[in-house]
Design a protein. Structure first.
Length: 210
């Protein structure tokens, strides 16, 4: 029997991917999982409001509230332990996690990126910047990737990907919407696979078990 996923969601923005995962859990499309905690570095993040309106513990934690990065990391680990979090989902979280947290949750942290990794990933590649780069290079296909988080930006092994076509008259904004439309289902599917114990991580490769 696979241990139940007690998910800690980290988000900086409106929380649309978080909401999609929450709805998938409520609708029974994801079983053996619950969202135990939502953390944001932004006090006014929409994700915190979604959490509170669904009676999910929500916390605003930002490094600026602490005297050092170490103190911030200790506070994060303390609250994750308090709510028995054993799996972390990054849902538009715009801060890099400390190595201490990555080590503690090795292969138990996932992120969704709005492009087909390893292309168009890395430091500074987020939001519209990603879609601007895709269009600028003349790519005809883009998409979204769910990947394991390691110590480098957008570097860990890919779990799932889904593609979208890039039209000849595409703008960064229209491409962003196309990709977001597939992100929600893709992220929920990836969480379901983890909750069912079907994701096997071997170094930089991932096997999906049947």
């Amino acid at each position: 029997m696979v241990d139940k996923l007690n998910i800690g969601v980290f988000a900086s923005g409106r929380g649309s991917n978080f909401l999609a995962i929450l709805q998938a859990i409520k609708q029974g499309r994801i079983t053996n999982a619950e969202i135990a905690l939502v953390i944001s570095n932004k006090a006014d993040a929409g994700a915190l409001e979604i959490a509170r309106s669904n009676n999910i513990p929500a916390a605003h934690l930002d490094q600026k509230q602490f005297t050092s990065e170490d103190e911030f990391t200790k506070a994060l680990i303390l609250i994750l332990d308090e709510y028995c979090v054993n799996f972390i989902v990054l849902a538009g979280y715009l801060k890099k996690l400390s190595p201490a947290i990555i080590r503690r949750f090795r292969n138990r942290i996932v992120n969704i990126h709005p492009a087909l990794l390893p292309a168009f990933g890395g430091k500074g590649m987020y939001g519209l910047r990603v879609h601007e780069a895709v269009i600028a290079c003349g790519a005809r296909i883009s998409g979204a990737s769910v990947h394991i988080v390691d110590e480098e930006y957008d570097h860990g092994p890919v779990v799932l990907q889904r593609t979208v076509e890039v039209a000849g008259d595409e703008t960064p904004e229209t491409l962003a919407q196309k990709v977001l439309n597939v992100e929600h289902g893709l992220y929920a599917e990836a969480i379901r696979l983890f909750a069912e114990g079907k994701v096997k991580v071997n170094g930089q490769s991932v096997t999906i078990l049947s």
